[in-house]
Design a protein around this ligand. Structure first.
Ligand code: C2E
Ligand code: MG
Ligand code: MG
Ligand code: MG
Length: 289
């Protein structure tokens, strides 16, 4: 016979499962409701020039408001939206909203939109993108699409074909989260990405004296150079990280050091502020690589 202790343990475990299932149902209802009622928000995080710290483009980031206040993070709700078959509609909404917002900004500023792999197997993505551009009047060169390697793991040929079509529309394509997957490297020669975004996990918590990480970062930057791709580093939280990545040759920098993602209404006031100035290269403590 089971000891009472064991039975208690099993009960607690089952209760935990029930809680988890209830929590998941609540999140599903929240996502369904937001999709049906246009209740998502799109925030915009500046990406700045590593040369002078001036904003060059903004990354559009989805936000799901929580009833009690605050937001459910996209790392939680995007996979749920994918499971529910709602990501195509939400993704199209984000594209349209991002293009419309960017059309109101100064002409030199672009916008980057994240795509779920599922958007490549849903409705005709090229048409969705072309429509978002046409409806907003945004010049295609001002739109960048960010994809992850997860996308390329399956149906590589068909995806590469669609990316080529998007390129022909005139938008640019970035490989996001570079360096985290199994084979990011293996895809770089299959498609002429315009940009590589170095994943923030390399940078968050990185100390200037960590030579191993510095070597990896420098190698990624020189890989980008060789392949004629621009390089953005994300997750810059400190001035020292910004200066080091600039010195390593990154083109663009993104992170809380410059700005958190902003609600759309805060973009214009942000642009009026003096931008974060990067440390003078000659005054950066000697970088020993
Ligand atoms: P991502 O595309 O790599 O986006 C960058 C993430 O890094 C954002 O998280 C941003 O808030 C965060 N971040 C920026 N600077 C810093 C920093 O200095 N330190 C730290 N610790 N984090 C920083 P967020 O907004 O939570 O988005 C997470 C992920 O959700 C995104 O990663 C992207 O993969 C996905 N996502 C966001 N919006 C969309 C969307 O519209 N569609 C799809 N399919 N995915 C999206
Ligand atoms: Mg991204
Ligand atoms: Mg990224
Ligand atoms: Mg990332």
């Amino acid at each position: 016979a089971q000891s009472p202790g064991v039975r208690n343990h099993v009960c607690r475990f089952e209760l935990g499962m029930e809680d988890e299932i209830r929590h998941r149902r609540e999140l599903e209802a929240l996502v369904e409701n937001a999709a049906a009622n246009d209740a998502f928000e799109l925030h915009f995080q500046p990406v700045v020039s590593a040369r002078d710290g001036a904003p060059v483009y903004f990354e559009a980031l989805l936000r799901l408001p929580r009833p009690g206040g605050g937001y459910v993070p996209p790392s939680i709700f995007v996979p749920i939206a994918e499971d529910l078959g709602l990501i195509n509609g939400i993704g199209a909404w984000a594209l349209n909203r991002a293009c419309r917002a960017a059309a109101g900004w100064p002409d030199a500023l672009g916008v980057a939109v994240n795509l779920s792999p599922l958007q490549f197997s849903g409705a005709d993505l090229n048409q969705v993108v072309a429509q978002a551009l046409a409806a907003s009047g945004l010049a295609p060169r001002r739109l960048e699409l960010e994809i992850t390697e997860g996308l390329l793991l399956k149906h590589t040929e068909s995806v590469l074909h669609q990316l080529q079509g998007l390129r022909e529309i005139g938008v640019s394509i970035a490989m996001d989260d570079f360096g985290t997957g199994y084979s990011s490297l293996g895809y770089l020669w299959r498609f002429p990405f315009d940009k590589i975004k170095i994943d923030r996990s390399f940078i968050v918590g990185w100390q200037a004296n960590d030579r191993h990480v510095a070597h990896i970062l420098r190698t990624i930057v020189s890989l980008g150079r060789t392949l004629n791709m621009l390089v953005t580093a994300e997750g810059i939280e400190h001035a020292a990280q910004a200066a080091l990545l600039r010195d390593l040759g990154c083109d663009f920098l993104q992170g809380f050091h410059f700005s958190r993602p902003l609600p759309e209404a805060e973009v214009a006031p942000y642009l009026l502020q003096p931008h974060t100035v990067l440390a003078d290269p000659r005054r950066t403590p000697a970088l020993q690589l």
